[in-house]
Design a protein around this ligand. Sequence first.
Ligand code: HEM
Length: 277
Amino acid sequence: MAVITDSFRDILDSQEDVTDEFRRITIPVYDDNLSEPRKNDPSDTGYVDAAQVALQIFTQGDQSIENDFNLSALWIFWGQFLDHDIDLTPVQNGPEAELLKDDDSFFDLDVMRSVFVIGESGVAEQQNIVTPFIDASNVYGSTETLQDALRTFEGGLLKTSTLADGSSFLPTSDQVFNDGVTGTYVAGDVRVQENTGLTAIQATFVNEHNYWAGRIAAADPSLTDEEIFQQARAVVEALIQKISYEEFLDLSRNSSGHLSHSGRPSFKSQRAFPVEG
Ligand code: HEM
């Protein structure tokens, strides 16, 4: 993995244990004790069918169920945005799986498996191909090559496109990769277009970077493009860390019912995606 090489990420490079393999918090369980996925074996009493778990948790019939804290969908998509800052597991074709349908019948589906290596542990270990820090790599990329492609190299700015209503948005693929593709948008993370909530947050932060670049440049006209870029990036990184730790994780930690959160507004009062009724 090519990692951005400023001083912070040099430290990352020097620590072999944080570059690739995920750290385990439970013991691995494979069918062959090496890498084969665990299968639904009736004699295995410890096996819990993932489809059954999903059906029990997510089935809500025709009801619309708001969460207990009256949070907007922005809370969900911040989780996804944050995830895309810290991990991306490459995938490969996996075995065919039998999936349970609503009516308790099954259908076969080709599933993907994570790419794995046999690590020092002696069993299959999954890998991370983005920087594992909350460092806004989803805005700037996890490689120097992508970061450079996203920059204008003028005034510390990131590339943007302009929507029909004149507003500033994420750059198109053509702007970043010069590939003639104008209908898709690019950010520091490849999953930027997974859904509109996520894309909206990604667009907010490319604009946030350029907002700060403008302010920083105006405050000191002697600064170079590189200096403005790095200072604006530092602000954006800090913002994402602050929102993640002080608002998002605070609410996530307390979702068991005890809300220690005292009046920080963003996720509660601003409904980015209002729920009807
Ligand atoms: C419409 C919404 C979403 C879509 C379409 C979506 C789609 C996906 C897909 C296709 C994958 C890859 C799964 C695989 O490898 O088979 C994935 C992984 C993942 N998703 Fe989502 N997702 C959504 C929302 C979210 C949200 C809201 C969160 C967190 C709050 C989230 C967290 C994750 C995480 C942590 C992974 C694993 C990332 C990795 O290391 O590769 N996703 N998602």
